[in-house]
Design a protein around this ligand. Structure first.
Ligand code: BG6
Ligand code: MG
Length: 214
């Protein structure tokens, strides 16, 4: 039986995936190269440091560890400039409604995000109190596709992994959920999110009926 839903943040609850892309693109451009939207799919769900390493690799650029730290901080500054202008209306269609539905029928809810900025974002859009547990990049050491973030979520909620359904827009996130022995609903395109039990375009397409049929 399904007892809990664990939600990724960026690209599932809010469209911050676009802000991440813009900030990384600006950083790559400042270093004299560019990367495609297709390459960007590989960055989704991946930690800040790992994302930077992938991007530097695409550009064939080598940086010391200290320089990498500066670059990651710079990207985060640009990213947060966009996040700080976010309004509650920027919550993705159906997200608040589905969270409310889950809670109304007694399903537990958790956030399972790689982001270290998740609390700021939840506060910006005013949905901090809709989660029984928040597990984010400040609490885990192993990034998706490692299942640590979702397993920690299940543990915090007091449920078993197989009683959880994960909602994810990232390839790495879908892999993490599968590795954690959880059911997973992909948010996006089924061409990209192979391995998901169900793929929908957004949480506005999600229903309890679909959830219980997983
Ligand atoms: C994930 C995003 O949710 O968080 C990634 O999909 C991002 O793109 C990662 O790199 C880390 O986020 P942050 O906010 O800590 O840089
Ligand atoms: Mg995501």
């Amino acid at each position: 039986t399904i007892k809990a839903c664990i939600f990724d943040l960026d690209g599932v609850i809010v469209d911050t995936a676009v802000y991440h892309y813009k900030a990384w693109k600006r950083l790559a451009n400042s270093l004299g190269f560019d990367f495609t939207e297709h390459q960007n799919e590989q960055l989704k769900g991946v930690s800040r440091v790992r994302s930077l390493q992938l991007i530097l690799g695409w550009g064939g650029v080598t940086k010391t560890e200290a320089e990498q730290e500066q670059l990651a901080t710079l990207k985060n500054t640009w990213y947060m400039e966009m996040v700080n202008q976010m309004k509650p209306e920027e919550i993705l269609p159906g997200a608040k409604e589905f969270l409310t539905t889950c809670r109304a029928v007694g399903l537990k809810t958790a956030l399972g995000s790689a982001s270290k900025n998740s609390m700021t974002i939840l506060e910006k859009i005013g949905i901090t109190d809709m989660f029984d547990a928040v597990i984010d990049g400040n609490k885990v050491s192993k990034a998706k596709p490692d299942p640590e973030v979702f397993l920690a979520g299940a543990q915090a909620l007091g449920v078993l992994p197989e009683e959880c359904v994960v909602f994810e827009d990232a390839i790495a996130g879908v892999e993490a959920a599968v590795a954690g022995d959880m059911k997973v609903v992909g948010i996006g395109s089924s061409d990209v999110l192979k391995g998901a039990n169900l793929v929908i375009k957004g949480l506005d397409e999600m229903t309890l009926d679909k959830l219980y049929k997983l």
